[in-house]
Design a protein around this ligand. Structure first.
Ligand code: SF4
Ligand code: SF4
Length: 149
């Protein structure tokens, strides 16, 4: 186990980061109707026998959603579970589509940022796919072009 993994979770730091995008992220989380329409646009969901743990909305709600729900007060085991969802079960390809305008890849990228603040990183092969930095930070439309393009 690495030194970073043994460190206690800094809930204050998580809360600070959550606060930066609280308005937008909470609106998106609340808007999810759990309709599962986004699922079929995720190739990992489709290629893993439609395992719900690969469903885009499931990954968002059980990472970022959980972090907001608990106000950042999570333990390291919970963060490790989130790591599985947002790195192993998602390559951040940006293909998932929500007809209600919820920007799922942006939310997953934000969840990654929060985990990295606690010394939790995706490792090979988890890091396959586009880096989070390629995603624009604003929400509001579905164009997943890199910031400024
Ligand atoms: S993210 Fe959108 S498409 Fe996916 S379950 Fe929620 S409302 Fe439905
Ligand atoms: S960004 Fe992640 S959840 Fe969305 S389609 Fe790609 S692998 Fe699936």
């Amino acid at each position: 186990m690495s030194e970073a993994i043994q460190k206690p979770v800094d809930a204050k730091k998580i809360k600070e980061i959550l606060k930066q995008k609280k308005g937008r992220m909470k609106v998106c989380l609340a808007a999810c109707a759990s309709c599962t329409l986004c699922a079929e646009s995720c190739f990992l969901f489709m290629s893993n026998d439609k395992d719900p743990r690969y469903m885009p909305s499931y990954k968002v709600l059980n990472s970022l959603g959980k972090l907001y729900k608990k106000g950042g007060k999570v333990n390291r085991a919970q963060l490790e579970e989130m790591k599985e969802l947002i790195w192993k079960n998602c390559v951040l390809c940006g293909r998932c589509y929500c007809p209600f305008g919820i920007d799922l890849p942006n939310m997953l990228a934000f969840a990654r940022t929060i985990l990295r603040s606690q010394g939790i990183y995706g490792i090979y092969p988890y890091t396959l796919g586009a880096p989070e930095s390629e995603y624009r930070q604003d929400l509001g439309n579905h164009t997943l072009s890199p910031e400024g393009k």
